[in-house]
Design a protein around this ligand. Structure first.
Ligand SMILES: Cc1cc2nc3c(=O)[nH]c(=O)nc-3n(C[C@H](O)[C@H](O)[C@H](O)COP(=O)(O)OP(=O)(O)OC[C@H]3O[C@@H](n4cnc5c(N)ncnc54)[C@H](O)[C@@H]3O)c2cc1C
Length: 329
């Protein structure tokens, strides 16, 4: 049995944990028929909730590196190994004065998973920068999916569908700008940067990291997987009914104001969960969207808390909040 890395700090094992460093190595395993169900491809386990040990093979990419595919005075297209730490890629881009990815600084995990999850923060999503995703499947077929073929939406992609479980991401291609521009429409980031006389890429990165460190628990101290729930998006009719009852409710209009995103953190806090624990699992006191392991929690403990939170939000507001975290088992 092999310990499975995960930022919830859960003590979980897999029958096998196989790591490969090149597409050729993975191709050989596939050709030899070594990868048989059950199997699971992971990144660094920062968005996974294991409900118990994994009775099968866990696969992990160690393909790293950044290769420039195209470059002119205005933009650059790069190909990044799926096993490369996401934040190493962001730091590299900022060092090279490539614009676009800086708001996604310090998000844990690897580049392959970033393309699976369509990670996002502070007004930017990975899908805006991705041009293509390279994969290999269990039949040994290699395919490059264009960004449109990846069917990206909020923390979702083609690769999260059950029928795509046998596709492994090997490389991700991104287009970044060389012309100076920033996305600063997110309140806290705008506020931080307004204090500076001059804004540049390193300053934006530092500000993002500072905000994240003040709001999110360090997984080394409190096991967690970042935002546990997605923010629900409701119809305008549903929103208006709720808003009459809760005029202080924060909201963000989308799709020509027809659909409204409501912060799940606000809904959870209103239900009295902020800082509340159920055994070894708790709702983080500085950010109620985050569930934490207070020490010694099992995946089941976290699930019990998550179910209770979901249920109280539904009872009070009639809104279903869904986990962003991937449950395994
Ligand atoms: C403190 C903290 C803060 C966070 N903040 C944010 C945030 O601001 N925004 C955000 O979007 N997320 C955030 N997250 C969630 C997490 O960082 C992202 O979801 C990240 O992309 C997960 O990367 P990972 O490498 O750990 O993937 P894992 O959690 O190991 O896997 C995630 C999914 O990707 C699949 N997968 C991984 N690698 C591959 C591959 N090569 N091929 C095929 N499938 C693969 C897995 O099967 C799984 O379905 C946060 C998490 C933590 C702990």
């Amino acid at each position: 049995m092999k310990k499975i890395p995960n930022t919830f700090g859960l003590d979980v094992q897999a029958d096998e944990l196989w790591e490969y460093s090149s597409v050729a190595e993975l191709e050989t395993w596939i050709a030899q028929g070594r990868i048989t169900a059950p199997y699971l491809h992971i990144g660094s386990g920062s968005n996974l909730l294991f409900l118990g040990d994994y009775r099968g093979v866990v696969l992990h990419s160690r393909i790293i590196g950044i290769e420039t595919l195209y470059e002119d005075d205005h933009r650059v297209e790069v190909r990044v190994g799926a096993g490369m730490l996401w934040d190493d890629f962001v730091a590299y881009s900022v060092d090279h004065r490539w614009y676009g990815v800086e708001n996604l600084s310090h998000i844990p995990g690897e580049t392959g998973a970033a393309a699976v999850q369509n990670i996002g923060a502070y007004g930017v999503e990975a899908k805006e920068l991705i041009t293509a995703v390279e994969t290999i499947n269990l039949q040994g077929e290699k395919r490059i999916f264009t960004v449109d073929e990846c069917v990206y939406s909020y923390r979702d992609s083609l690769f999260k569908r059950a029928e795509m479980k046998d596709h492994f991401v090997t490389y991700v291609r991104f287009r970044l700008d060389k012309t100076e521009h920033y996305t600063l429409n997110y309140g806290a980031l705008k506020h931080e940067l307004a204090k500076l006389p001059v804004i540049d890429l390193p300053a934006v990165r530092r500000a993002v990291i500072g905000i994240r460190e003040s709001k999110l628990p360090d997984p080394q101290l409190w096991g967690n997987a970042g935002s546990f729930f997605k923010n629900p998006v409701v119809s305008r009719a549903c929103f208006e009914q709720l808003y009459r009852q809760y005029p202080q409710m924060p909201f963000y209009e989308q799709d020509n104001r027809q659909r409204i995103k409501i912060p799940a953190a606000w809904l959870i806090e209103q239900c009295g969960w902020k800082g509340k624990a159920l055994g070894a699992a708790a709702v983080y006191d500085r950010q109620p969207l985050v569930l934490i392991n207070r020490g010694g929690a099992t995946g089941q403990d976290i699930r019990v808390l998550s179910d209770a939170v979901q249920q109280s939000v539904y009872c009070r507001f009639g809104i279903d909040i869904h986990p962003e975290v991937n449950f395994i088992g």
